[in-house]
Design a protein around this ligand. Structure first.
Ligand SMILES: [Zn+2]
Length: 129
């Protein structure tokens, strides 16, 4: 079980990360609005430039969707902290090590279950919700 002190520390990490991600997501969303495709591609309509503009925009989207995924995971962690159940593995119900939570405060599984989960789910695409 986590001590009150450990929980307080994790809560602070989660809140800080959550806030930073929120800013980052807003900034990224604003940037994709402010820089339409034509600006990214530059003034010279050459096929090489458009290809790299596509690539940049794909990379931005990938980063944004990673941020959103982490953001939602952190909200889940805040919810579990508020309602109880934070720090328990969703698969085996055991305690998730404090060190693991420090590194990944939104972790849902203990190290052993996560290993098993990644093994069975490695080939299937991640659900979007
Ligand atoms: Zn477990």
């Amino acid at each position: 079980m986590l001590t009150q002190e450990q929980l307080a520390k994790l809560q602070a990490i989660i809140d800080e990360r959550h806030e930073a991600l929120e800013l980052e997501i807003h900034r990224d969303a604003a940037r994709s609005r402010d820089e339409p495709y034509s600006l990214l591609a530059g003034s010279v309509p050459d096929s090489g430039d458009s290809a790299s503009a596509d690539l940049i925009s794909d990379l931005d989207n990938a980063e944004l969707s990673r941020d959103l995924q982490e953001f939602r995971a952190l909200e889940g962690a805040q919810d579990r902290l508020a309602r109880g159940g934070y720090g328990s593995c969703v698969d085996c119900g055991g305690d998730i090590a404090f060190e693991r939570l420090l590194a990944q405060p939104a972790a849902l599984r203990c190290f052993e279950c996560q290993k098993g989960y990644e093994k069975t789910h490695a080939q299937t695409p991640k659900p979007t919700l």
